[in-house]
Design a protein around this ligand. Structure first.
Ligand code: 13P
Length: 301
């Protein structure tokens, strides 16, 4: 039986013509009520194409901002306005401009985990799912990659282009506990270890594959393994168990993002009732950021 809070959310969603989008790191009860659960790229695509007038974004601020950049005529709600991203906070416009002055021939590829005004100063955005494709599509052999140094390093090893990499990191993935991964591998010797490219290179060396969350889902679908150790934010375990009830999953590396856990059912309910907090950007920033985000969506069809 649905609890009262959930049925109220579902009723209000109909009444307000809203769609609920949730990142795969969100808590189980949020994933369960969402219309779509996905990675950053999938959710951006859905935000760009939805017919709903209201998008309730269950994730962190840069994700909701990207939805607003792509769909400025929709009302984008972030039920907890303080759900931020320490990686996005690693970069600001003046510092990026200084780096761009140092490397005038380079074009900037910016991970979407970044503020909107920095997107506005970049050539193209990317996510972990399409970073290599975006880098290869950019009309320069010299790239400034920001703000995640681990994703930048991972992609630079796969590309012949010259990279200048920003020294930022995800506070949760960058300190992944490698010892914990090794212990899990000993406990489950038949399992495959999948890690996110925001983890450090030492984790990639242990892993069977280095993938964003959408890539992990596809990889598991094609793998013959029955057990998997997942080296990304632990919310992903619930997502994988839902998608693959016949396989076994355990988290590896103790990767936990406190910001991803700030949204609650009550906050979604309040947000739908009051239609706030609304994500807003000044139109000039939004339009300039749109150019960078659109190059990302174009590069990957
Ligand atoms: P995805 O690109 O797999 O959605 O990951 C986003 C993210 O924020 C990782 O920390």
């Amino acid at each position: 039986m649905q609890n009262k809070q959930v049925s109220e959310i579902l009723n209000l969603k109909e009444e307000k013509n809203a769609v609920i989008l949730a990142h795969s790191y969100q808590p189980p009860e949020i994933q369960d009520i969402a219309d779509h659960v996905g990675d950053s790229l999938q959710l951006s695509r859905i935000a760009a194409s939805t017919e709903s007038g209201v998008i309730v974004f269950c994730g962190v601020r840069f994700m909701a901002e990207t939805a607003h950049i792509l769909s400025p005529d929709k009302t984008v709600l972030l039920p907890e306005p303080d759900a931020g991203c320490p990686l996005a906070d690693c970069i600001e416009v003046p510092a990026l401009r200084s780096m761009q002055e140092l490397y005038p021939d380079a074009l900037t590829v910016l991970y979407v985990n970044s503020p909107a005004d920095v997107k506005a100063e970049s050539y193209a955005c990317c996510t972990s799912a399409n970073a290599l494709e975006v880098v290869e599509s950019v009309p320069s052999d010299e790239i400034i990659f920001a703000p995640d140094r681990n994703l930048g390093t991972f992609i630079s090893r796969k590309s012949d282009k010259t990279f200048h990499i920003w020294n930022g990191a995800c506070r949760s993935h960058a300190i992944a506990d490698l010892q914990d991964m090794k212990v899990r591998m000993k406990e489950w010797p038949d399992a495959e270890l999948l890690v996110h490219p925001e983890t450090p290179p030492e984790a990639w060396e242990l892993a069977h594959a280095v993938l964003g969350t959408g890539g992990m889902i596809r990889y598991i679908g094609e793998s013959n393994a029955e057990r998997f150790i997942i080296g990304t934010e632990e919310g992903m375990i619930y997502r994988l168990k839902t998608l693959y009830p016949d396989r076994e999953f355990t988290a590896g590396g103790n990767i936990y993002c406190i910001n991803m856990k700030m949204i609650t059912l009550q906050k979604i309910l309040d947000s739908l009732r009051e239609l706030k907090p609304v994500i807003e950007l000044d139109p000039q920033t939004r339009e300039k950021a749109y150019a960078a985000v659109a190059r990302m969506t174009k590069a990957t069809g």
